[in-house]
Design a protein around this ligand. Structure first.
Ligand code: NAD
Ligand code: DAU
Length: 340
């Protein structure tokens, strides 16, 4: 197959490209990425010379950006992805996540190719008990989640109106190598290494369902090959943790690996003002995907966290460049300070 992958220089997109190159070495990949603050070609330094791989620096919002390119499927990862930033300024989220997605849907319509839209469990909003299913109502609570829900609805509209081969995945919280350190798991690891305060929002009792990034990549691949046009698939591990428990687990693994006193790292935990509109709990049921494609998550959580801590310890150069260099020029000052 020939795949047009958007946002391939980001966290999940770069893991996905690496996964595809090893699972389907005969596939062609075009990676289209604007290289925003979150996009980083170093994420793909081991892939850049692979047969069939090519990179285009470009904006998914630009009309005609795909002129002259041929492919069988668009796998759409590109997005503004950080909830806190969407609270400070929703405009880039509206532009990239909604207008950019519509621009790509037009390209899929013209070419009659597959359009696999990588969405999020955040579109369903927060749930106190039980699980969200694919037909649960959309009740997004942050500007980020609302922009993703809007893009999901545009995919639906193009399926219904233009009969495009659109599919949507809605995944829970990813973790693993190459995640930008604005997100909670790398932030905790880096601040522990640097002995800096670790900000936990509110009472630390918000719950997230964590999935290893490669398991998400495998799910996207399963939907690409076995999914049905017009369908939505939840992707999750049923692996729920409060933020408080998550942070303690990461700190105890990090202490083991740095051979330091666990209590020293635990003392870095600092409860700070809550995120505005902070969703209390995300929980989705991935049974439909499992039944349709046979996919199931493979990574045990403690092993995945251990591998992730190892990766950040071993790849200091990667994150030092991010937290001290050019990247911060593109980053909102308030959060840049936190990452330094
Ligand atoms: P990320 O922020 O790490 O990467 C986003 C990538 O998109 C970057 O490489 C960036 O340069 C690129 N990009 C942004 N705007 C662009 C534009 N206008 N044109 C071209 N490229 C652009 O994000 P991520 O965490 O890898 O998330 C990838 C996708 O998966 C997003 O659509 C996100 O909503 C979804 N998702 C993420 C998670 C998670 O836990 N991280 C969970 C479920 C779904
Ligand atoms: O659920 C899927 C979503 O997961 C994706 O769609 C998003 O792109 C991705 O960013 C992620 O969103 P979250 O808001 O859940 O992830 P984040 O890492 O920002 O926060 C995880 C939890 O940790 C959340 O409850 C907020 C809390 N948190 C976060 C940060 C950055 C803190 O307590 N302190 C922090 O400094």
């Amino acid at each position: 197959m020939r795949l047009l992958i958007t946002g391939g220089a980001g966290f999940i997109g770069s893991n996905y490209i690496r996964y595809i190159l090893s699972a389907h070495p005969d596939y062609e990949i075009i990676n289209l990425d604007k290289l925003t603050y979150a996009g980083n070609l170093e994420n793909l330094s081991d892939c850049e010379n692979a047969d069939g791989y090519s990179f285009i620096k470009g904006d998914i919002c630009e009309r005609g950006i795909l002129d002259g390119l041929e492919f069988d499927a668009i796998i759409h990862f590109a997005a503004e992805s950080h909830v806190d930033r969407s609270i400070l300024d929703a405009q880039p989220f509206l532009q990239t996540n909604v207008a950019g997605t519509v621009n790509l849907l037009e390209e899929a319509r013209k070419r009659n190719c597959i359009f696999l839209h990588v969405s999020t469990d955040e579109v369903y909003g927060s749930i106190d008990q039980g699980f969200f299913y694919e037909n649960s109502p959309l009740q997004p609570n942050s500007p980020y989640a609302a922009s993703k829900a809007s893009s999901d609805l545009m995919v639906r509209a193009y399926v219904k109106t233009h009969n495009i081969k659109g599919m949507i995945t809605r995944c829970s919280n990813n973790y693993g190598p190459l995640q930008f350190p604005e997100k909670i798991i790398p932030l905790v690891i880096l601040n522990a290494i640097k002995r800096k305060p670790i900000p936990v929002y509110g009472d630390g009792m918000n719950v997230r369902d964590w999935i290893y990034v490669v398991d998400h990549c495998r799910a996207v691949d399963a939907v690409l090959h076995k999914g049905e046009a017009g369908e939505i698939y939840n992707v999750g591990s049923k692996n729920e943790l409060t933020n408080s428990d998550l942070v303690k687990l990461i700190l105890s693994k990090t202490a083991e690996k740095l051979d330091c006193d666990k209590n020293e790292l635990l003392s870095l935990i600092t409860f700070v003002e809550d995120r505005k509109g902070h969703d209390r709990r995300y929980a989705i049921d991935p049974a439909k995907l499992q039944e349709k494609t046979g996919w199931k998550p493979e990574m045990e959580f403690e092993d995945g966290i251990s591998a992730t801590v190892d990766w950040y310890i071993a790849n200091k150069q990667w994150w030092e460049r991010i937290v001290s260099g050019d990247y911060l020029n593109y980053y909102n000052t308030q959060y840049a300070e936190r990452l330094k």
